[in-house]
Design a binder for this molecule. Structure first.
Ligand code: GLV
Ligand code: MN
Ligand code: MN
Length: 416
């Protein structure tokens, strides 16, 4: 009978080969990936993942949000499954590992169990959640959010991309709208392996991040209404300049984040000027403020201050201002028992480790609402992520996946 000893490890070469194969689908323009959710490339990536799961003897269920659940049977028909996964979708200029490592690491764990003839009491379900990134359809972690009952499916289906295409239509178009009721599945536990997406583990020289918490977030979409007018002939005092209001609000967001140091961030990643013509003052500017901190009180206070001061800045310039919250989750505390499983696994395997708080959002944050959940992190070079140059070493990927395998087996209970 296989035992949880330091000798039980995954096949790092096979894992790396799979990561590189997946990265060929939806290649970026600078060595990374553009496999945004519900695109043809997403469909192609899903099909490749399914073919690998088929070869590993797993059976597939797909829910009405397109979440893919690949099951490796357990020995006890009454035991709830251990869910393990992440996401295969990427940012428009994304890396090869954000999300993908968590899905293919989970698959590698199953492949290793197959190689060694390991049987578990609980089934193991490898998950690919739809639209984790929120790049094409806000908010992030949309489908795991519906699964956990945080959003309705109607809300999710109605989300639109910048071209006005809806999530629901695009899900049907790529052929991955399943028939399982979303959220009907019950989990015994949920684990997610992910690259850190920040600089801490590399700087500290640690192989493994034992993830205890995830910081909370608000995405605040500002719509500023100015007056379209000629940029050359309109005198300065007559301008109703929504672009100027936006720039002052950006400065204010920076100031609010800095005032709340340490452990708070704020910035703007997306903006749209309308009509976006060089010599027209914008009539409308839409942009999204992203603020995050692990401290609930700070998060709420930052949101309130940004909304109040944003409205004041716009009013001073005679610009209309409305704010819609398009993404939110409160700070998350992961399940202590599962966190211990991860720490014990790192110890057993001889990997250096430290506790860490996730700076990015993850499907695990929503899974934690419906099941005991936690995460495993590995370092990434220079902490760089959401960038095509995102990089990890094969050794880091293997270490993270070894720890994932052990933690999952601890929960799934080896029977043979
Ligand atoms: C998801 O990638 C996030 O924005 O943290
Ligand atoms: Mn991710
Ligand atoms: Mn991401």
């Amino acid at each position: 009978m296989a035992a949880l000893t330091g000798n039980l490890t995954v096949n790092g070469d096979r894992l790396w080969d799979s990561l590189m194969e997946m990265a060929k689908i939806g290649p970026g323009i600078a060595g990374g990936c553009n496999r945004q959710t519900l695109t043809d490339e997403d469909a192609e990536g899903r099909a490749l993942f399914k073919s690998w799961c088929d070869a590993a003897g797993m059976t597939m269920g797909v829910d009405t949000m397109g979440n893919m659940f690949m099951t490796r049977e357990g020995t006890d028909p009454d035991a709830l499954p251990i869910y393990v996964g992440s996401h295969l979708d990427t940012q428009p200029t994304g890396g090869k590992y954000d999300g993908v490592l968590g899905v293919l690491g989970a698959l590698e764990a199953v492949r290793t169990m197959n190689d060694l003839g390991i049987k578990t009491k609980h089934p193991i379900v490898v998950v690919n959640w739809t639209n984790e990134e929120g790049a094409r359809f806000a908010p992030a972690m949309l489908a795991s959010g519906v699964f956990a009952g945080m959003h309705t499916q109607d809300y999710a289906y109605a989300r639109t991309d910048l071209d006005g295409k809806s999530f629901g239509d695009e899900l049907a178009r790529i052929g991955w709208k399943g028939d399982e009721e979303v959220g009907a599945r019950k989990m015994h536990a949920y684990y997610e392996l992910h690259i850190e997406q920040g600089p801490i583990l590399e700087a500290e020289g640690k192989d493994i991040g034992v993830v205890t918490h995830c910081q909370g977030l608000w995405w605040l979409e500002f719509t500023l209404t100015g007056k379209e007018a000629h940029t050359g002939s309109t005198p300065m005092p007559l301008r109703v300049n929504a672009g100027l209001a936006m720039s002052r609000i950006l400065e204010m967001v920076q100031e609010v984040a800095m005032k709340n140091q340490p452990n708070a961030v704020g910035g703007v990643g997306q903006m749209r000027f309308s009509p976006n013509s060089r010599n027209v003052l914008p009539g409308k500017v839409v942009f999204t403020v992203d603020i995050r901190t692990p401290d609930q009180a700070k998060l709420d206070a930052m949101r309130a201050e940004i909304e109040t001061r944003g409205a004041e800045i716009a009013a001073e310039l005679g610009v209309g201002c409305s704010v819609e919250a398009v993404g939110h989750f409160d700070p998350v505390t992961f399940a202590p028992d599962l966190v211990s499983n991860v720490r014990n696994a790192a110890e057993r395997l001889g990997y250096s480790h430290m506790n860490i708080i996730s700076g990015a959002g993850h499907d695990a944050c929503w899974a934690a609402r419906v099941a005991p959940a936690t995460m495993v992190m590995c370092p990434c070079v220079d902490g760089l992520s959401h960038n095509e140059a995102e990089e990890i070493s094969p050794e880091w990927a293997k270490a993270g996946t070894d720890v994932l395998l052990h933690a999952v087996l601890e929960s799934a209970v080896i029977v043979e």
